[in-house]
Design a protein around this ligand. Structure first.
Ligand code: PMP
Length: 391
């Protein structure tokens, strides 16, 4: 059933139709765009382009309405029916997390407070929190930053260790929904039980939004941050969703001037496309490809898959594999492997992946998938890696 569905899906991407011999396996860096998203942007810019919130003529009203509608669309995508919540547009996840740190968290913390943040996820979800600590320290306010522990074997958070670092001074937790290197779903829904009802949780959803359902009710988080370009929309746009019930209301500081209206239009078109394709289908498909790849790599003697090995159950003690698989070859350097793959028309990322705590020499090959990828592309990649083994 999904194979039939997938043929239709792939045909929606002009860049892939134009390059049938290339395999794009780097969607965690940025995803390709469906024709409908490109058309929506062209339609907006060539028919009713005007600035937002200014002027009373029809084009201006149209832009203002489209921006409002995109905000509503984000609430709807997150399953949010809370009228106090806000959606602010930002340039992407990095900008959004930094905005929460500087425009919200910094003003909230007092001497002796503690925050819990991940030290092995994307740097974008560590550096802004450390900066809050340093800025406060310069003002004479000392806070403690605690490490949300990651279990290196599974790539999941070590949820069992969490109770040991939560205490009555815990004011904030930052977490990641799907790990951008290990490819596992981080079981963030388990954090609320440990921290209790009052501590705000911020979710980096850069690798989950547009890849499968993200529900703020189910996860009981207070912020969700994501990037448009990883969910099939244009670069230069992202959003912060804020629940606003634990702590002060979130408002973006210094926000004035003209937002990226064309990219906001692309966001809504991307949500339309994702809904039509079906987020459950997309997640099932990319997960199955991820498992196919993990299993194939595990059969090779000199290859180590990092983090999440497989496992698909919804059971909360088991980690769900999503469509990102990262590996290392014991005898072939990762950048060489990336080079060989590129020469075969296979596009992957081979570096240290902006992972906090990992130095730039510590490279690995990351394969990341979206709905348009095929089992054939996985098998092509496996064949190249297998050939490297023979050398
Ligand atoms: N968080 C995670 C988990 C990511 O994968 C990325 C992008 N690689 C980011 C944050 C940063 O996203 P952006 O570059 O769109 O700001």
């Amino acid at each position: 059933r999904l194979r039939e569905w997938q043929r239709g899906v792939r045909a929606d991407f002009p860049i892939l139709t134009a390059n049938p011999d290339l395999a794009y396996l780097d969607s965690a860096a940025t995803a390709q765009k469906p024709g409908a998203v490109l058309d929506a942007v062209a339609e907006f810019l060539s028919t009713t382009n005007a600035n937002v919130g200014r002027g009373s003529y029809p084009w201006a009203n149209n832009t203002t309405a489209r921006v409002a509608s995109a905000r509503e669309r984000i609430r709807q995508a997150l399953g949010d029916d809370n009228s106090d919540s806000t959606v602010e547009f930002v340039s992407g996840t990095s900008h959004g997390l930094r905005a929460i740190a500087t425009d919200w968290l910094a003003g909230l913390l007092t001497e002796g407070d503690e925050i819990i943040v991940p030290f092995g996820d994307h740097q974008a979800n560590l550096l802004p929190w450390l900066e809050v600590r340093d800025v406060l320290a310069r003002q004479g306010v000392r806070i403690t930053v605690r490490r949300l522990p990651v279990d290196p074997a599974s790539g999941d958070y070590d949820h069992r260790a969490l109770p040991g670092i939560v205490n009555d001074r815990t004011r904030f937790v930052a977490a990641t929904h799907v790990h951008h290197v290990y490819g596992g779903n981080m079981n963030v829904h388990r954090i609320r039980d440990v921290v209790g009802p009052d501590v705000p949780i911020c979710l980096d959803a850069a690798q989950s939004m547009g890849h499968g359902p993200v529900s703020v009710a189910e996860l009981d988080v207070d912020f969700v941050v994501f990037s448009g370009h990883k969910m099939l929309a244009l670069p230069g746009i992202g959003a912060v969703w804020a629940r606003n019930t634990r702590g002060p209301r979130f408002a973006l500081g210094g926000w004035a001037g003209t937002p990226n209206t064309a990219a906001i239009v692309s966001l809504e078109a991307a949500f339309d496309w994702l809904d039509a394709a079906g987020l459950d289908n997309i997640r099932d498909w990319t997960t199955a490809l991820g498992v196919r790849l993990t299993d194939g790599l595990n059969r090779l003697e000199d290859v180590d898959v990092l983090g999440c090995q497989r496992s698909l159950t919804a059971d909360s003690d088991v980690q769900r594999r999503e469509g990102i698989v990262t590996f290392r070859h014991r005898k072939v350097r990762s950048d060489d492997l990336g080079f060989v793959l590129a020469s075969e028309g296979i596009m992957v990322r081979a570096d240290s992946h902006c992972q906090a705590g990992r130095d730039t020499e510590d490279r690995a090959v990351r394969v990341s998938l979206h709905a348009y990828n095929t089992p054939d592309e996985i098998d092509r990649l496996l064949a190249v890696v297998r050939r490297c083994e023979g050398n």
